[in-house]
Write a protein that binds this ligand. Sequence first.
Ligand code: C2E
Ligand code: MG
Ligand code: MG
Length: 719
Amino acid sequence: MPTPEDSAAGQRRTDAIGALIASKSKVDTFSLPAKFARCLPGALYQLHRTSNGGSRFTFVSERFINLFEILPGSAGRDAAAVFDRIHPDDRAMVEATLEASVRTMQPCHFDYRVILPIRGTRMHSTVATPEPAEDGGIMWYGHVSDVTGTDQTRDHNKYADILFAHSSIGIIVTDADNTIIDVNPAFELITGYAWEEVIGQNPRILSSGRQPASFYRDMWRTLNETGAWVGEINNRRKNGEIYVERLQIKVIHGDGNNSKRHVAFVSDITREHQAEATMRRLCSIDPLTGLANRHVALEQLSLLLDQAQRHEALMAVLVVNLDHFKTVNDQHGHQIGDEVLISVADRFRSIVRDFDVLARLSGGEFLIGIGGISELEEAATTADRLIQTLAEPIHVGELQIIVTPSIGISVSPSDGTDLTMLVKYAEEAMYAAKADGRHRYRFFSSAMHHRALSHARLSERLRKAVLHRSFELHYQEQVNINTGQLISFEALIRPTVAGLGSPGEFIPLAEELNLIQPLGRFTIEHAIRQMASWTKSGAGVERIAINVSPRQFVDPQLVDTMSALLDETGLPPTAIEIEVTETTAMHDAEEAIKLLRRFKDLGVLIAIDDFGTGYSSLAYLRRFPIDRIKIDRAFVNHLETQSDDVEIVKAIISLAQAMKLSVLAEGIETEGQRTILAGLGCELAQGYLFGKPKPANQIAFLPLTSNSSPNGGMSWTSH
Ligand code: C2E
Ligand code: MG
Ligand code: MG
């Protein structure tokens, strides 16, 4: 049953809705009393009970006549015409209610039956407020309506009211504009918002921002199409806390215009969600080690694989099996075996990154997934570290136990993209590692294994070579394209030991292994000293070009090193040109501008190497303090056969001319290429046509005869 609190709350609601409607419509209802009375459902009346006990209606609205089927004017003479219509069985109740109202001077509300000449028995419901009349009697201001046949409905309404007030499910009612017109106490409890705080608001005040706009778009589409929507949603309580609610919305259409309503039922299911998550976690972990189990590991691996595919990266699956683990169990018992497994899991945990996958499959077998890697070697390095981390014995009580792993590795996409197969391949590779003598790792594909091994070997060789400075510089001439006159040399590094490959191979590796700084210093030092020596001997070399790799370029000490060497050798800074590749300069153009400026301030010249192979922004190119562009060999190669390349080179040269930069073409091998480039306005040339890179001691500078050089001066030759 509704309690007094309910009716107080009901009153609060009615007042607020009234205020809301008034504020929305702003209609002066008193200016149209007749129409108002006509349109009002039911009828209005003023009933006057005089001090001598007589009753008459001093005002009735049009409908009143109709409701009681009386003659117009008859009620004004004597209320008896109306009271006579009341069912005999209900008359005493009506009298008593009115009497009580007189006594208490409180509004009265009662239902009664009437017997009408035309429509027979009907049910009326009336509400009236008493006020003292001037003559000492009472005046009721009332409203009456026909509610016949609605007993059941009213019962329903009564129950609905009780449900609304007492339900533990939050209820929100909104109008056609989705403005909240009512909420129940459960809603207040769930959201922390009081009734009056939300009336007139849009339910979006509860939005947590966790659902994308598309979520709400879909919800409204479903609501509009089907009239209902059910789902789970994250919302925010008044205190800012996010909670999960199960939300069920229904669209309700009334009879009249603008009678569309949305009724939303809200249950707070945050606890259920948390419990579910805990259950899921409990079911997903290996209780012994706390690692994921096979089932979860496969789910996580599949996410990792998706990610790797999206980013075009590699993903490695490692199956790690502890060698002879059964013996540990057999010798020391399962309890010790368990302790060993816990320690192994802890050590593995410290190696595997948070976003990788680490699981125990069974007994002494673990599954590891490494995502987002760009090189096979990263998988090999992880395998190495897993082996290393078990090198130290595991202490269990007094015991010191050493376990060794055999590891199999498969890699996606090269070994496929099917997860089950990848795990199977990794297992096969693990068995291969066991067959090879255990305590080692093996890649599933032997080609990969060799590649990973050769990378490891190459790294080792490079480390040694850098340590022992087993390098020398070769110099390649840069000449005037028209006259062949020597202008400068480019210093190119060469290893003096076998097995390191070309600079194109070992320089990126030196960057990866952090060996580029000592290697770079070697080049700069030797090149500048060589240049100083040529200058001293009057060889007529204007400058030396030195390649600076991307990592070297961002080293703030590079400028200082160069400056110190210039001071030491007494060379002018213009005797040095640094070559930075287009890709390096454009990688972080703003930063590059700053760094290039430091070189410029020192006075050295700057060339952009391999121009045309990277991506250049003209806007930046204009801001780079550069002196020269070196057209990449790729465009020079096919100049004689491909007209497209001629067009590109032509464009680069005119761009350089517009920017007042000089142009050098790299990799010229034929006279035909030289002629075309000279014809296009290129000034400087470099390539096998003029000479291959060679050690300084194989370069001889000879005085030119007038036959060999049109411009006279010094020339050079190889031994
Ligand atoms: P790069 O700076 O573009 O050097 C030109 C490369 O083209 C050199 O290869 C050179 O030997 C080769 N070359 C020159 N003329 C011709 C030709 O007519 N035909 C052909 N086929 N090749 C020609 P190298 O010496 O193997 O160097 C490759 C790259 O390694 C260089 O490209 C440069 O980026 C880098 N590099 C070389 N030495 C160093 C160094 O000391 N430090 C740094 N950081 N990078 C270096
Ligand atoms: Mg270069
Ligand atoms: Mg180049």
